[in-house]
Design a protein around this ligand. Structure first.
Ligand code: GDP
Ligand code: IMO
Ligand code: MG
Length: 427
């Protein structure tokens, strides 16, 4: 009855998609359990690059059931686009995909609210992906204006859209600093979403019941985290976070599968650190080194194409999230991106108000003030994209990996040296 989780230990884009695709071969069911189309997961196989937002990265193996579970917020238009895009490219999407009838639905008002409210209490921008994720989760928790996928098939769906649209029009008019906005049109939105509901019908299911049956029957589950643990709404760099539990703690809440079935947690890290959007980032290199990493690693957002902020590996942050996630083993990704740099830095501690600390601060104001304490390591300065055995890596690259492993207190099970499925070093 093993269930494996893949979670990002940084601020997202750790290459979770690649690892999930790789591990899918050994699993029966792949499950997304939080987030929505703010996620952009890349799978590269046989020279083809696929970008996935809602559909689990297991979709390329036909024997595997892909589940979009209850904790995900679903924009039906994005989901249908993704299904169509994959189908056009010859990837079968049919009975192998199911979507929870309990998952909450993203509507146009959520996207408008995201645009109007992309800021924290002091007015600083969060820099969201503008996909309506936060507003939809807010309505889920608030209950009054929430619609779940299963609600779209009920007799009162039309009435519900009417009453929510009336309330949202009042709220949006109050929020908008530029008056004269076009009000939301309930009839139009209903017609549109009714159309989506018809097309999505074959996929909508009670995924909680399905997953409980599957796990009790001993089928192998693989949970695919979206975002990264430092973006977790409870444990991340609040308020510069996403609106779900994107660390390991979200798996059970979002899927309905009890934590006791989880037998292995794989923490994914980049060999350096990136972040998209606002918020503190102690090891950021807003300089030629950061630009070099961005160029070599093609560090531009999968969803929004925004340039990602780049910096050195932050072992204080990653150790915190590895512990938080109960991580058993690590996968270190994009090691090849560092190959040309003569010297690498690893942040091994922070200095706060003149004192050395190794604890990750709970408040962003403290995180903003910390100074990273770096340990320098020599770069290996040779190409490694063709390496397939750990022993064939340059000794300096192995030393770098060993240091990450010892700082995080976990073994490294997977090393990635390029985007392709094949460019992977196992154990
Ligand atoms: P995810 O959101 O965690 O799935 O990650 P993204 O797909 O947003 O970003 C990871 C990017 O790195 C994608 O463009 C991948 O194709 C690419 N990638 C994955 N592994 C490697 C690697 O080992 N080396 C390089 N150079 N690129 C990689
Ligand atoms: P994957 O799954 C990186 C970031 C946004 C913003 C913050 C809040 O591809 O790793 P949101 O739209 O979620 O309300 O934005 O979270 N963010 C991500 N950053 N990777 C992601 O997903 C992200 N999903 C959201 O940039 O800073
Ligand atoms: Mg991504």
């Amino acid at each position: 009855m093993p269930a494996t989780c893949v979670i990002g230990l940084q601020w997202g884009d750790e290459a979770k998609g690649k690892i999930v695709d790789l591990l899918t071969e050994q699993h029966d069911v792949v499950v997304r359990y939080q987030g929505g189309s703010n996620a952009g997961h890349t799978v590269v196989t046989a020279g083809q690059t696929y970008k996935l937002s809602l559909i689990p990265s297991g979709i390329f193996r036909p024997h595997v059931q892909c589940v979009v579970a209850t904790g995900v917020v679903v924009n039906p238009a994005s989901l249908l686009d993704e299904i169509d895009g994959l189908t056009k490219r010859g990837v079968a999407v049919g009975k192998n995909l199911s979507v929870s009838d309990r998952a909450h639905v993203i509507f146009p008002w959520h996207i408008e609210e995201d645009r109007l409210l992309d800021r924290c209490a002091d007015g600083e921008a969060i820099g969201t992906t503008m996909r309506g994720i936060g507003p939809c989760y807010r309505d889920k928790v608030g209950r009054s204006f929430a619609v779940r996928l299963g609600d779209m098939y009920r007799h009162d769906f039309r009435d519900r859209v009417d009453s929510i649209v009336a309330a949202k029009n009042r709220l949006l008019a109050g929020m908008d600093e530029q008056p004269g906005r076009e009000p939301l049109n309930a009839a139009k939105i209903y017609a549109q979403y009714n159309g989506y509901a018809e097309r999505l019908k074959p996929y909508v299911a009670d995924t909680t019941a399905y997953l409980l049956d599957a796990v009790e029957a001993g089928r192998k589950l693989l949970f695919e985290g979206a975002q990264g643990s430092l973006l977790d709404v409870d444990h991340g760099t609040f308020p510069f976070v996403t609106s779900s539990n994107s660390s390991g703690v979200g798996v059970s809440a979002g899927s309905g599968v009890p934590g006791r079935y989880i037998t292995k947690v794989i923490g994914i890290v980049k060999a350096y650190t990136t972040r998209v959007g606002g918020g503190p980032f102690p090891t950021e290199q807003d300089n030629a080194i950061g630009q070099h990493i961005r160029d070599v690693g093609n560090e531009y957002g999968t969803v929004t194409r925004r340039p990602r902020r780049c910096g050195w590996f932050d072992a204080v942050a990653a150790r915190y999230t590895a512990r938080l996630g109960g991580v058993d083993v690590l996968a270190v990704m994009l090691l090849d991106v560092l190959s040309e740099l003569p010297e690498l830095n690893i942040c091994v501690a922070y200095e706060l108000d003149g004192r050395r600390i190794d604890r990750f601060p709970s408040h962003v104001d403290d995180l903003r003030r910390v100074k990273p304490v770096y340990e320098a390591m020599p770069g290996w300065q040779q190409k490694i994209t063709g390496v397939r055995q750990r022993a064939d890596l340059p000794p300096k690259a192995r030393a770098y990996l060993d240091r990450l492993s010892s700082l995080l207190g976990r073994p490294i099970e997977i090393v990635s040296v390029g985007p392709d499925r094949e460019q992977t070093i196992l154990a």
